[in-house]
Design a protein around this ligand. Structure first.
Ligand code: FQP
Ligand code: MG
Length: 212
């Protein structure tokens, strides 16, 4: 059963986020799990990723999944629902261009379903279609997604929280230790980070010390 508290510190990573170094990626994930991330999204995508190299792509996913299972942290797959089902992942995260949300909910059963949303209408349709949470952002400029929308700032997060008081919401995009408190204050249940951890693995321990 999904709960909003699982969004608290949501790590997202692919080998492309660590210059293609799979072993470094696994070490960073292990440390992040030991230090207490609450959710992990495997996002192997874009330039420098293993996408298209099927055997190594899938093996890397399996290795990340095994680590998450050791620490009891749900393993979600970005975009690739076929792989998520093949690996029996705990869930998937899809964007507005990744297919019909209602059909996705039917395909994955009661697995965790996360959906990116960039407007009140998109949040409403995600909620109506059975999403467990929505990802809002990029809140700040991001280095991790080449085709990201323009940063929204905190106002979009505040607007969405006001319109959907009960919906689990995670914020993403350029979030670091300094910005995290304001993101929670604006109404997020959690923060999703890529480079904050990949470039500074101590982030998780430092985040925990904030007791947000
Ligand atoms: N992957 C994501 N995860 C989140 C999460 F909610 F987990 F924080 N929010 C937003 C995205 C972005 O998802 P999408 O718009 O499909 O782009 P991409 O497939 O390139 O990631
Ligand atoms: Mg996507």
């Amino acid at each position: 059963m999904f709960g909003r508290e699982q969004l608290k510190l949501y790590f997202i990573m692919g080998s492309q986020d660590v210059d293609g170094d799979v072993q470094a990626a696994l070490n960073i994930l292990r440390t992040a799990l030991q230090d207490g991330i609450t959710l992990f999204q495997w996002r192997e995508k874009g330039a420098g990723s293993l996408y298209g190299q099927t055997a190594t792509y899938e093996q890397f996913a399996r290795d990340c999944l095994a680590l998450c299972r050791q620490y009891g942290v749900p393993f979600l797959v970005n975009d690739d629902v076929d792989l998520a089902l093949k690996l029996d992942a705990e869930g998937v995260h899809i964007g507005q261009d990744d297919g019909d949300i209602t059909a996705m909910r039917a395909r994955i059963g009661d697995k965790i379903l996360g959906v990116s949303a960039h407007s009140v209408a998109e949040v409403h349709s995600a909620e109506a279609a059975g999403a467990d949470y929505v990802g809002l952002g990029p809140i700040y400029p991001t280095v991790s997604k080449a085709d990201a929308n323009a940063p929204t700032g905190l106002s979009w997060l505040e607007e969405a929280r006001a319109a959907f008081p009960q919906l689990p919401i995670v914020a993403i995009g350029g979030i670091n230790l300094e910005r995290a408190p304001a993101v929670f204050a604006a109404g997020a249940d959690g923060v999703a980070v890529i480079s904050a951890i990949c470039r500074h693995p101590e982030f998780v321990a430092e985040f925990q010390a904030l007791s947000l």
